[in-house]
Ligand binder design. Structure first.
Ligand code: ATP
Length: 311
């Protein structure tokens, strides 16, 4: 621990959203989760989480995607802060302020991102200097996507997604994200995937070689043809309009497109920044999507951006 005099009065962590470049869904496990082989990719759409000492535990929200996020004890960032406090023996409460740019229930792991940011911010505020492994263990208990969002970048996820390993990835990819105003529930999308599969036997998931080759080459065209998401049909079945969005993006020149995670965000990969701008303008003008954002990946995981001191 750092000496109290040197500790900041608040700490702000910035955290990216994720998309899944590959999401292979295996059989449903006994604990209700599905085993996964996934490739996570952090993109430059960021939430910010600020923690500061307070008289009682609390959370408040601001920003364009604050609506629909619980401002009570169920908030994942607040749960993360309390979980770290109890693991580290910290008794002073904090207030957690979240600036939400990541859409809620968008398949971009916004809640998990806020939890990862809260862990990093509280660790800094309290001067704990926990190792990444210690934080990753707590992160895995909070949610499957939380460990990845600590580190960001591009990484393989296995288990239910919480076992994260680095992959060799080269270069920067350019994305256009088609956001929806209304989210999709992750459990409902998995249930729909199970329903569509019926009694078909599902093999244990294994990563695909063409995705690893595409990432190693840094070639956006190879990446576009390697994109795969086993939840995509289920998301389209629940929200048929997503099929039209995917088609529109390709018609307007995207190299490839995919529903992100459980949706409804659709991510399109393009050649460069100029192509991203063209596609964003075309999609917006077409009226097919409610909100369009450009982003690049990979982005860094949760990291401190401000930590003012009293003196
Ligand atoms: P994933 O891709 O991990 O399945 P998602 O991006 O589809 O998640 P989230 O934005 O993480 O979905 O939100 C899922 C639910 O989690 C929301 O409906 C909300 O009620 C709850 N939640 C709890 N805390 C948060 C938070 N800090 N930010 C967003 N949602 C939160």
């Amino acid at each position: 621990m750092t000496s109290a005099a040197a500790l900041p009065t608040s700490a702000t962590a910035r955290v990216p959203a994720k998309i899944n470049l590959e999401l292979i869904v295996g059989p449903r496990r006994e604990d209700g989760y599905h085993s996964l082989a996934t490739v996570y990719h952090a993109v430059s759409l960021f939430d910010e989480v600020t923690v500061s000492a307070a008289d009682e535990w609390g959370v408040s929200l601001e920003g364009p995607h604050a609506q629909g996020v619980p401002a009570d004890a169920t908030n994942l960032a607040l749960r993360a802060a309390r979980r770290l406090a109890s693991a580290a023996g910290v008794e002073e409460p904090v207030h957690v302020r979240i600036r939400k740019e990541i859409p809620v229930a968008g398949g971009m792991a916004g809640g998990s991102a806020d939890a990862a940011a809260a862990l990093v911010a509280c660790d800094h505020l309290w001067g704990l200097a926990s190792g990444r492994d210690e934080l990753a263990e707590i992160a895995g208990e909070l949610g499957s996507d939380v460990p990845f969002l600590l580190g960001g970048g591009t990484a393989m996820g296995s288990g239910r997604g919480e076992v994260v390993a680095p992959v060799l990835a080269r270069g920067t990819f350019h994305w256009v994200l088609a956001l929806s105003a209304c989210g999709l529930s992750t459990p409902e999308v998995y249930a729909e995937c199970d329903r569509l599969r019926g009694s078909r036997r599902v093999p244990e998931p294994t990563p695909r070689r063409d995705m690893m080759t595409a990432l190693r080459s840094g070639d956006a065209r190879a990446l576009a043809s390697a994109l795969v998401n086993d939840l995509q049909d289920a998301a389209i079945s629940l929200r048929p309009k997503l099929g039209d969005v995917l088609e529109a993006g390709i018609d307007f020149g995207a190299l490839g497109g995919i529903v992100s995670g459980s949706g409804p965000t659709v991510a399109f990969v393009v050649e460069n920044n100029e192509a991203a701008l063209d596609l964003a303008v075309s999609l917006t003008a077409s009226g097919t999507v409610q909100d369009v954002r450009r982003a690049t990946g990979p982005a860094h995981g949760a990291h401190i951006v401000a930590a003012p001191r009293a003196d």
